[in-house]
Design a protein around this ligand. Structure first.
Ligand code: 2P0
Length: 331
């Protein structure tokens, strides 16, 4: 066993059909499969330094120490990596996000994918991508999708130990190079985390069972739209899935309302661009107020200008579909 310093970058991913509901809350096993795209540029750079002098893992995120629930999740991933490596040595960990933390832009996905990639390297463990996705998943469910680039499927799996709840790449980034516009809305961390929101939704939303059935159907439908590279079909599935998730969230008691007025402004603008002006674009929304818009390269500038002009959109980020978690030499 050789212990060394290792740095990895992992990008955020945006679900096209969502993960919102678990059959196991300890190791993040979902009730339905989900499909995502991995974004280039936006993500987390994480450095893991094993240190025999530490009695517990230490972690800084954007130079701030983390504790409580965040450190418990980190501990789960690190424990699994130590078991694979056959060592008790703890680590110092530093993570820097290039995406705002906890604003519904899946910062936990990039954080735990980067942690898993850096940790297996630092502890000298040789794992395949499926195993790596399982390690990332134990930290945060959606993180398993950021291990791969391009268009990614997270298989629901059925085993209790989660060994078949892993992700796989369906299309490379180049196979269908849609562009991405993130419309940033709202400031500061959200009040209810995804982990908590999901639990409340499972317990009290009257639509929850129908929502999970919808996800199973939408994943299959999304695959068909992908095979045909059909933006109109993709728009029906992706927008329908996001709206069904938010309807299920809003029906939770007390209601989970992640939207701001500008969220709805972007939704209508995208629909209008597509239906009235014939542009190829579609929206999705995660557990936060920001909206992610997919578009074809030819329509990128018109879509960006229209979305950026909506009152309440504080800024926009243009990005692409990109590669998954990777090591950063000298990072
Ligand atoms: C997704 N989200 O599929 C969905 C859509 C938010 C809305 O995955 O408890 O942070 O750590 O497994 O992964 C957010 O859930 O939750 C999420 P945990 P996670 O991207």
């Amino acid at each position: 066993m050789s212990l060394t310093r290792a740095a990895a970058f992992a990008p955020v991913n945006i679900a096209l059909t969502k993960y919102w509901g678990k059959r196991d809350h300890e190791i993040n096993l979902p009730l339905a499969p989900s499909i995502s795209i991995t974004l280039s540029d936006l993500g987390t750079l994480t450095v893991v330094q094993p240190d025999a002098h530490l009695s517990a893992n230490r972690m800084l995120v954007n130079e701030e120490p983390i504790d409580g629930k965040g450190l418990v999740k980190v501990g789960r991933v690190m424990r699994a990596v130590r078991a694979l490596a056959g060592t008790d040595v703890r680590a110092g960990i530093r993570a820097v996000n290039t995406v705002p933390t906890a604003q519904g832009l899946a910062s936990s996905a990039s954080a735990f994918a980067a942690l898993a990639k850096a940790a297996v390297t630092a502890y000298g463990v040789d794992v395949d991508l499926a195993t790596l996705s399982g390690l990332a998943r134990t930290g945060s469910g959606s993180a398993c999708r950021s291990v791969h680039g391009g268009w990614v499927l997270w298989n629901e799996g059925e085993k209790a130990d989660g060994s078949d709840s892993i992700s796989e790449q369906l299309l490379t980034p180049e196979a269908w190079p849609l562009r991405v516009v993130v419309a940033h809305i709202g400031e500061g961390p959200k009040k209810i985390s995804s982990t908590e929101g999901m639990k409340q939704c499972e317990k009290t939303s009257p639509f929850f069972e129908a929502w999970i059935e919808t996800c199973h159907r939408d994943v299959e439908d999304c695959k068909v739209a992908m095979i045909n590279r059909d933006v109109q079909h993709l728009a029906q599935v992706v927008e329908g899935n996001a709206l069904a998730m938010h309807a299920t969230m809003m029906a939770t008691r007390p209601g989970l309302i992640y939207w701001q007025p500008a969220t709805l402004g972007v939704v209508h603008a995208v629909r209008n661009l597509r239906e009235t002006h014939g542009l190829s674009c579609l929206f999705t929304i995660d557990a936060g107020p920001s909206v992610v818009v997919l578009t074809e390269a030819a329509d990128l500038s018109r879509v960006s200008a229209a979305v950026g002009a909506i009152p309440g959109v504080t800024r926009i980020t243009q990005t692409r579909i990109g590669p998954g978690a990777h090591l950063v030499p000298n990072g």
